[in-house]
Design a protein around this ligand. Structure first.
Ligand SMILES: [Zn+2]
Length: 119
């Protein structure tokens, strides 16, 4: 194999390595946007619940049904956020601690934040 052919093969290897890294960065960025969007929706719901409680307090309107609907939606969003966050952390070889929910390296036997044993 002559030097030019060898150089060409090395350049191709480097190119595919860079393409793989770029795809990994893009995937993680998209996953981060998705979780941020869910967190924003959750925060909007918390605000709506607060407004409904305040409305009930100040105008003596019954907002219990309204609040119940917000809480149902909130539970679904929290579940969706957990799924998205798990997928996002998996892209970085991490998983979520079952104890405190913080990201932990996959190879850790125990959570460095709370000490919970990780399977
Ligand atoms: Zn933990």
């Amino acid at each position: 194999m002559d030097i030019l052919e060898q150089l060409s093969q090395e350049a191709q290897k480097a190119g595919s390595f860079i393409a793989e890294k770029a795809t990994a960065v893009k995937d993680y960025t998209v996953a981060t946007w998705n979780t941020a969007e869910l967190r924003n929706k959750i925060n909007q719901l918390y605000r709506s619940i607060g407004e409904a409680v305040y409305k009930a307090h100040t105008t003596e309107t019954d907002t219990a049904e309204e609040i119940e609907a917000y809480l149902t939606e909130l539970a679904a969003l929290h579940e969706a956020l957990r799924d998205k966050e798990e997928a996002r952390q998996a892209l970085r070889n991490r998983k979520l601690c079952p104890g405190c929910g913080k990201p932990v390296a996959k190879e850790n036997a125990f959570c460095p934040h709370c000490g919970t044993q990780i399977q």
